[in-house]
Design a protein around this ligand. Sequence first.
Ligand SMILES: NC(=O)c1ccc[n+]([C@@H]2O[C@H](COP(=O)([O-])OP(=O)(O)OC[C@H]3O[C@@H](n4cnc5c(N)ncnc54)[C@H](O)[C@@H]3O)[C@@H](O)[C@H]2O)c1
Length: 337
Amino acid sequence: MTSPRLLRAALVGCGSYGAEHAKFLSACPGVQLHAVADLDPARAEQFRQAYGAGYATADVARIWADPAIDVVWICTQHHTHAPLAEAAAAAGKHFFLEKPLALTLADCDRIVAAVERSGVIASSGFKLRFFPAVVAARAFLTKPTLTVAQVIDDHWASDFWANDPVQGGGNVLSQGCHIVDTVLHLHPTGPVRVYAAGGNRHHPTRDIVDTAAITLTFADGAVANLAIGDVGVPPHTSKFALQQSDGARSFSLFNRLNSLMTRVDQQVTEHPAEVEAGAAVIDRPFLAAVAAGRPAPCTVQSARRTTAVVLAAVESIRTGRVVDLTAPPYAAAMQLP
Ligand SMILES: NC(=O)c1ccc[n+]([C@@H]2O[C@H](COP(=O)([O-])OP(=O)(O)OC[C@H]3O[C@@H](n4cnc5c(N)ncnc54)[C@H](O)[C@@H]3O)[C@@H](O)[C@H]2O)c1
């Protein structure tokens, strides 16, 4: 019997979330963290030492040119996602790209086109889909009628890069995408219509949307309300929470979506809470897909749809109008393979 081939991985972007992936990759059997890269050479060198990478570089082109590297994690600011993803795909490297896919439809289209052209296996970073409690909730209630969901964080500093309109996009695009993605993932049909209210409540020096109340309608008539903002974590539900009902059954996800309660015939079941597994919860299924040559578990097409819905919500906030997702410029992004 032959043992599975060792996968050689590289990581681009040696920052705070890159560290989560590096920690997983440095301890994962069957994977060798071959290289780490960052524009800041000191950060790259610090990662090389901390996670035992083969080499550190500030020249990202060296990663694309290195024939030993099979798969690359891209954990950088959002405006760099499209060019880095295109470079990875052109070099034939499978890649994992942190969320959101990108901040504009044009950048999302570039990424999807590069993946489709090259045939590499590419995943976006929507890890909440893989939380055991979310997986169980999705199996429990397959045709939701009504959803209420939130990601409400504590205040972000205005000079945080994620609040930069170009690099990060602000709280709604940068972090709100997580709960929009989870809500889309928990519906069997696609979204057709968005209305949103909100705006910039706490960051007057930035041209961003930091607070949003979003109403989504799905093709099967289901509706969802989402609340997003860096306005103070609600103490009872936690930062991430989501509830759904289908007319007879319901569930509540809370404790950052690590805890699940289900209700059938007025009987409530409290399921054991899961321990949050960090980046491993999505890195593991992505690696399994790469090893098996299967499509990624969180496709770039599905992540483009998520960005498109958030952009449509921002458009609705700015114009005060309902946005039709079945019409241009959003319709193409609603199509999943
Ligand atoms: N999935 C999650 O729960 C989660 C949580 C936090 C952050 N993130 C995502 O992770 C990504 C990185 O966020 P972060 O908080 O780690 O940021 P960070 O600022 O801590 O780190 C980013 C690093 O990328 C480097 N970098 C930027 N452009 C580069 C380039 N062109 N080439 C090489 N290196 C470059 C920077 O020098 C920096 O060291 C973002 O997409 C963010 O949204 C995801």
